[in-house]
Design a protein around this ligand. Sequence first.
Ligand code: AMP
Length: 182
Amino acid sequence: MRRRICVFCGSSPGVDPAHRAAAAELGRRIAEAGWGVVYGGASVGLMGAVADAALAAGGEVIGVIPRELFAAEVPHTGLSELHQVPDMHARKALMYDRADAFAVLPGGLGTLEELFEAATWNQLGLHGRLKPIALLNVGGFYDPLIHLLDHATSAGFVSPHWRATIADAATAAEVLDRLAAG
Ligand code: AMP
């Protein structure tokens, strides 16, 4: 069965060129592995970099974008499938449904929100089956978040079982390994 990876990442490019390079490498590697990309459908920021690289490597890329975000995120016109949905909730529901696993690149509030929603849906059993999550910790971007997750676990608020469903990896290749194993 073809696996699809839902990628959460910034709609901005960020200031460090390494983040854009990591986004492109992740998109390329997902395609080269024969897997599909599911993402927010934008042509801008790291989101656009993931999609462009996956398409250039011959991969399938499925975008899901709410109509209200057309102006801000500019839908990508070269995708395998572009789904226009009424709102954010519909966007996330369709992205989660089409994906087998989640990869998280650097990003802002939207990326963090999606990470935690996907993780809590695992905890609540709402994805139907466990869908593994891996953070691409480019240059230590996610070190403070990893520290907070470990802190919340040792403080007894996150169970070690659910903590273990959020992996982290230093490279795009390692993200694929972690998701393939999950
Ligand atoms: P950001 O990380 O803030 O650049 O956002 C990354 C992506 O998440 C963008 O496509 C945003 O439109 C999207 N996003 C922002 N807020 C939400 C939300 N509450 N639910 C789902 N996606 C969101």
